[in-house]
Structures are given as C-alpha cells and as structure tokens.
Design a protein around this ligand. Structure first.
Ligand code: ATP
Ligand code: MG
Length: 191
C-alpha cells in the first residue's frame, strides 16, 4: 500500500509518518529529511538544495524527481509499500509519481491530508525553529513556505479528490487522536 501524507509545512506530516511506519512497517521517505541529510554532509546536491530551502522555495521538479527515483531504487523493500512524506508537492510531481508507481504495478492508495489552520502552523514552526536548527524555520521563510504551499501544493487536493483518494484529517488536537483517525481511513482504502 502506498500512502501519501499531505499537508502544509508544520501540519505534522513527519510525526504521523513515524507512527504509520511503526504500525505498518512500510518504507518511509521524507524528501525534506533526504535533502537535509545532503546539506549536513556538505554534498554538491546539498548545496543546491540549501539554496532553495533557506529561501522557502521548492527544489526544481526534475531534480527532486531524480532524487526520489534514486532513493526508491536503493531501497527495494519500498516495493511493498511506502509512506510518502513531503512528496508530491506539485502537479508535475504527482503525475510523475503516478507513472512511477504504475511501472511497479502500484498506485497511490490514499492521500491523508492533515488540515491545520494557518495561525497554528506559524506558531508550531516558530516553536520548532527554537531547537531545529533549520534555516527555514524563521518567520520570513515560514511565510514564504506557506505562500508556496498555497500556490503550488494545495491544488493537489483537487487532483487526488478527483481520483477519490483524498481524505481530510483534522490536524489539531492530540497526536494519538489524529493517528486514530488516520488508521480508520487507511483501513477503508486498504487493497
Ligand atoms: P512538515 O513540518 O509538515 O514535516 P515541512 O514543509 O516543514 O513539513 P519538509 O517536508 O521537511 O518540511 O520540507 C522542507 C523543504 O524541503 C521544503 O520547503 C522544500 O524546499 C524542500 N522540499 C521537500 N520536499 C520537496 C519536494 N517534494 N519538492 C520540492 N522541494 C521539496
Ligand atoms: Mg517534515
């Protein structure tokens, strides 16, 4: 089963993905974590990634897709199921993912959309910035990331709604309650 965890910056994608992995054992790919690992290692790719991330922009689609392709190829166990966290973020990425999974006789089975009010997102990200050391967790960059989300990523809700795959989850409240709701939705879409 392939699960996309979807939502604005700070909506809790990483937190809920970790719980899903613990329960279902699928392969977790967080594109943000992959890019930050490259930055931490000081690779050429990391330098390019940092130039976009620190400005709150998306990494260009073709580069991001190549990276995703490489990670999946390096982890054959991903064929059994993946939790995609932070990907896709554009229509082009979504269409590419559909094609990529189709080649492996798979598909996106469910898109879990964590819906959180913007004021709450800003509070969470500013708080995270106090300890995360992330170059993008500051008010100016947070606002830019929310703009990017609203202009490029939010349209994916309609893309997946049209396929009957989008399931909205109220992303406020306790982590455990949110996870309970996600589990129920996943059981509904299980093949
Ligand atoms: P959350 O807090 O919900 O985990 P986030 O938006 O804070 O989400 P990441 O998913 O870690 O954090 O992404 C951080 C940055 O990495 C993005 O702002 C973007 O620059 C880059 N990035 C991550 N995934 C993609 C992607 N699919 N396409 C382009 N850029 C990406
Ligand atoms: Mg994250």
């Amino acid at each position: 089963m392939n699960i996309v965890i979807f939502g604005a910056p700070g909506s809790g994608k990483g937190t809920q993905s970790a719980l899903l992995i613990e329960k279902y054992g699928y392969y977790h790919i967080s594109t943000g974590d992959v890019l930050r690992a490259q930055i931490a290692q000081g690779t050429e790719l990391g330098k390019i990634a940092d130039s976009y991330i620190s400005k709150g922009q998306l990494i260009p689609d073709e580069l991001m897709i190549d990276i995703l392709d490489d990670v999946l190829a390096a982890h054959p166990e991903s064929a059994k199921g993946v939790v995609f966290d932070g990907f896709p973020r554009t229509i082009h990425q979504a269409e590419t993912l559909d094609a990529l999974l189709a080649k492996r006789n798979g598909q996106v089975d469910i898109v879990v959309g964590l819906e959180v009010e913007e004021e709450e997102l800003i509070v969470r990200l500013i708080n995270r910035g106090k300890t995360s050391g992330r170059s993008d967790d500051n008010l100016e960059t947070i606002k830019k990331r929310l703009d990017v989300y609203n202009s490029q990523t939010n349209v994916l809700r309609d893309h997946y709604k049209a396929q009957g795959k989008y399931e909205a989850v109220h992303g406020m409240g306790s982590i455990e309650d949110i996870f309970e709701n996600i589990k129920t939705l996943i059981e509904k879409h299980r093949r």
